[in-house]
Design a protein around this ligand. Sequence first.
Ligand code: ADE
Length: 235
Amino acid sequence: MIIGIIGAMELEVRVLKNMMDSASVEKISSVEFYRGTIHGVDTVVAAAGVGKVNAAVCAEAMILRYAPDAVINIGVAGGLRHDFNICDIAVADAVVEHDMDTSALGEPLGFISGLDTVLIPCDKSLSDKLFETARHVGVNVKRGVIASGDQFIASRENKDKIVKSFGAIAAEMEGASIGHVCAMNNVPFGVLRAISDGANDDSVTDFPAFAKKAAENSVKIILEMLEKLSREEIK
Ligand code: ADE
């Protein structure tokens, strides 16, 4: 079994790369892939870069080169719920590309041609594991739709539009494109994000202030889950 883990920014995956045993590094399409074991689990870890295209290129290269059994997208997100605080955790049941818009042609907002859906469902058993692990760690965790787009959400207007259109609980810039690529390749995927800001007027100052701390929280949960997986594998 090999688990693929993708973050957008280096700060979202640095700790995982640093603690990997027997790591080898390979650059494909300008992305560095770290392959090795974490808590004894075979993993491949990459920082894709920010945005949907960077994330899609990374996910496709990872799948073709390493054939992961599952891909998990980790990192930070803007919280869309009133009851989210900084460093709380959002686990996706499904993802949506909120900026995909062919509504002028009569299709619903977010409709993805080819997959022919708006919501891309995550792997249920993987999402359950992510959620249960977060609960076990003791953080405030919610699950629901996570929305991705090539846009940093920092206004009430944009935030409200995403909540109203998709009922999303968090906004970020990669999860749905990774989900899109995984769905096209039949690879189970999940998204776990820690809240770095409220996707509002304060985000321009909150994001740089809290991204590192929030990212560490999402890494903490992934590490706990890998440890749990390694115990299950040994049994
Ligand atoms: N990642 C973290 N905060 C975000 C926000 N407000 N919008 C988009 N992506 C984010």
